[in-house]
Ligand binder design. Structure first.
Ligand code: HEC
Length: 145
């Protein structure tokens, strides 16, 4: 009889412990999933809004950043420098660029920004920043050495 009581107490203790563990485990699982769900429910725009400092990774601000050299070239400069229109030196034409390159990059930048003879200032697009024009010059020159 006494023996049975002890077994019963042990079983009860084990049951309480087991239940406790179960509750604890469930509580943990619930916390994690609640956070995960909240995170998943957030619309992507809320996580990192345009223009916000999002941990060093800039939010994609479409077309607002400076254009790359190839972008500027392909939207503005190619009209003349792909075709040779108005006597413009073609991109990739090494012979045509040789004497121009001898002037040095500073002069090429200067002539691209302010224009020279048939070459309009900034290729005719005053909305381009100086840096964008220079990147486009680099893009042309890289292919024309
Ligand atoms: C409307 C036609 C036209 C467009 C558009 C144009 N160019 Fe030109 N570009 C010319 C012509 C013509 C010349 C040759 C000028 C000369 O030396 O008589 C030239 C010359 C140049 C030169 C050589 C300048 C020098 O000192 O020898 C560079 C560099 C240049 N262009 C860059 C650009 C860039 C960058 C763009 C785009 C942002 C651009 N061009 C857009 C017509 C154009």
């Amino acid at each position: 009889m006494k023996h049975n009581m002890r077994i019963a107490r042990i079983l009860a203790t084990a049951a309480v412990l087991g239940l406790g563990l179960l509750v604890a485990a469930q509580a943990t699982a619930k916390t994690v999933s609640a956070e995960t769900i909240a995170e998943r429910l957030k619309p992507s725009g809320e996580l990192c809004l345009q223009g916000m400092d999002c941990g060093g990774v800039a939010a994609p601000v479409a077309a607002a950043g400076p254009k790359s050299g190839s972008e500027v070239y392909n939207s503005v400069c190619m009209a003349c420098h792909d075709t040779g229109a108005a006597g413009s030196p073609k991109r990739g034409d090494v012979a045509a660029w040789e004497s121009r390159l001898e002037q040095g990059m500073a002069t090429l930048y200067e002539h691209s920004l302010n224009g020279i003879r048939g070459m309009p200032a900034k290729g005719g697009n005053p909305n381009l920043s100086d840096d964008e024009v220079k990147l486009a010059v680099d893009y042309i020159v890289e292919a024309s050495r």
